[in-house]
Design a protein around this ligand. Sequence first.
Ligand code: NAG
Ligand code: NAG
Ligand code: NAG
Ligand code: NAG
Ligand code: NAG
Ligand code: NAG
Length: 759
Amino acid sequence: MFLKLVYVTLSVVLLGFSKVQGNENGEYRVGVGIADVTGPVADLGMMGYANPSQTSKGLHFRLYARSFIFGSIEEGSPLVVFLSADIGMVDQGLKFEVVSRLQKLYDPTIFTPQNVLLSGTHTHSGPAAYLQYLMYSVTSLGFYRPSFDAIVDGMVQSIQRAYENLKPGKLYINKGDVDKANINRSPSSYLANPKEERDKYQSDVDKQMVLLKVVQDEGEKPIGAVNWFAVHPTSMNNTNRLISGDNKGYAAMLFEYEMNPDSRPGKGEFVAAFASSNLGDVSPNIMGAKCIDTGLPCDFEHSSCGGLTQKCIAFGPGKNGDMEESTEIIGRRQYNVSLSLFKDENGEAEQIKGTVHFIHQYVNMTNYTFEVTNPITKMIDIHTTCPAAMGYSFAGGTTDGPGMFDFVQGITTGNIVWDTIRDFLKKPSEALLRCQEPKPVLLPAGEANFPFPWVASVVETQILRVGNLYIIGIPGELTTMAGRRLRNAIEEVVRREVPDEPAPHVVIAGLSNVYTHYITTFEEYQKQRYEAASTLYGPHTLGAYIHKYSFLAEKMLKNEDVEVGPEPPHLIDGQIFNIPVIRRDTAPLLKNFGDCLVEPPSIVNPNDTVVVRFVGGHPRHNSMREGTFLLVEKALDPAADTWETIASDADWSTKFHWSRPNVLSKESVIEISWKVPSDAEGCYRIRHFGYHRPSDYITGDLLGPRSYQGKSAIFKVNGTGDDVECHPEWTSERKQPSKINSVAQFWHALRFLDKRHGK
Ligand SMILES: *[C@@H]1O[C@H](CO)[C@@H](O)[C@H](O)[C@H]1NC(C)=O
Ligand SMILES: *[C@@H]1O[C@H](CO)[C@@H](O)[C@H](O)[C@H]1NC(C)=O
Ligand SMILES: *[C@@H]1O[C@H](CO)[C@@H](O)[C@H](O)[C@H]1NC(C)=O
Ligand SMILES: *[C@@H]1O[C@H](CO)[C@@H](O)[C@H](O)[C@H]1NC(C)=O
Ligand SMILES: *[C@@H]1O[C@H](CO)[C@@H](O)[C@H](O)[C@H]1NC(C)=O
Ligand SMILES: *[C@@H]1O[C@H](CO)[C@@H](O)[C@H](O)[C@H]1NC(C)=O
């Protein structure tokens, strides 16, 4: 008894000394920031379904980067940055560029690759063409620098805003289940995990949301919330052509509407992030998959109907499977729980206390060799990872977005035709084929370096610690069980290393820093469904990560440094398959950019959708980042020309749609729609903003993009209140094509004829 007391006293004293910055009272410096990361919204591939024909045709709502910075209360002590962005995934090129830009803006020791964690929400409706490895330029048909730049600019800006907003504050953590928002899309694969292990859990997906609440100053003013909940943002399917943050982006929009009632989306002080987690095998399409021709269940092992994946599709809870309504429902379910956790309606929120710390290492996953004790034989097994490769079932896709050709999920043997095509593209080594077994290899991406690396071989592994919250930055998509194993392993290390500290909360931040597709358990790997076929580094990929992150957690808790690891390649400036920028565009004869082609009806009812059309420039000239392509305005005073903004292109109620009615012409038509809220009444108008790119009338030389704007006629929303007269004179203000432009177009026509004539 006495000895035990001495031991406890001693360990408390020793621990007290060894701590970096104790922070027993939970006083931190905290800051949040948000910025727009919306890149090109038209005529460019979308990132997620790997479907080259899914190109963008406009914008449903804007994408944002949301940053959270935490540090101990002492000025100058190290910070950690957690950023969640509405993008498909974070890529190595983005991480390099964001950190390097921050290092130019501030003292270069403040932000480093080690303490900045960038995570993607994994929306499948954001622009593509921003990733540095070759694989991702294949489906987007090239790399597009403005797509990359928009994300970098927004990420940097959001971190700057969070940094400039750092103040003393506190953090609270709370957890709760989200019902009817996610299902497992590879249940046959999940069932391959040992029964004793599965029996420890209620469900084949994680239902729990973990929410961190951020408050500032003495008054504990709420400034932000970030939560982690495992679900794919694939409520919008591969037929969607409008840029969207999907269910996570919508949930964030709802939370921010609630907390910033007087601000436009993306402009308020309060920041709410719905971050990704171990969502690898988790779908929001909770009605499950069925054969779309017969309505019968799909083949369980292969998710196919009559041998084809294309007919086996999962639907969300929207009426008749409507994807927009499904997005709303799944988004609202996440928002709803997050808000009650934030308000602590369950009375279980816990204040975060303790050290702020981080650890990071680059790891070469091509040949990561590690030892584990076999739980049954108690012998030491030596495992190793493999050069990256995709299996056949990678091309089968998932029930959220089926693949192409005759591939299905769960293929464990190859065939001569596809093997021959593969060998023609890139013949894999025997060692790779053996190492990846039982995966039949379709793409030996890790051995393909021509003309530059196809996928990542070196990844980033990273842990951020804020008191007893541990954020595990994972370079890919862990399946449900893979995530549980990793979380449990880290928890065990923490309990072992700092037994006297409050119980740890371990969260998985998915799609972080660099993208390497999926990570399944060893058992799921044997089934070779889509997630396993996309587990790049072979059957022991998860084992390697558990080994590495456990090592990192231990080192961090012992306050020991680790080697930086091998530097990944910098490929952004050496991209060769560049998508060209849009060149000149034109307005129809006798029309000007911004002219309204289709006016709204003079009177509409609440709940109607108002549709207007404008003569537009190509939206790829400028994505109006931090701005808007449109405004819906309401007349404040019917007697004066004063207007209040009701909605922008960042709102759910509006849509911005681009089309080029004639493929051969350079004319663009912009269609804007607005769903009139049920409580609207009064006089309204819709405005459009954009850029067009003219060429010099005399020389024909291409000039830089120029801004233009337009507005619709005023229309009345037929409300229930007093009848208002919408000022008739305003309507006559509508812009007529200017004479200058008509003269110019005449010139153009002449030049054109002249050229033709000369041929
Ligand atoms: C996508 O969703 C729409 C409903 O919004 C549905 O009609 C269509 O069949 C779905 N397509 C796929 C491939 O999931
Ligand atoms: C929101 O959550 C509460 C409990 O947290 C529940 O009672 C309510 O029905 C939910 N609303 C919706 C629309 O899901
Ligand atoms: C990663 O490891 C492989 C195999 O050991 C090696 O060939 C390759 O050069 C390494 N890559 C880097 C960037 O260190
Ligand atoms: C992989 O690593 C092991 C052990 O570290 C080493 O013996 C082997 O040569 C490496 N293989 C390659 C291809 O680099
Ligand atoms: C608009 O829709 C809401 C909810 O769907 C409904 O309650 C309201 O009566 C509708 N208003 C009109 C004018 O149709
Ligand atoms: C305007 O609303 C009233 C009822 O509130 C209805 O009787 C009238 O038909 C509506 N007008 C139009 C043009 O829809």
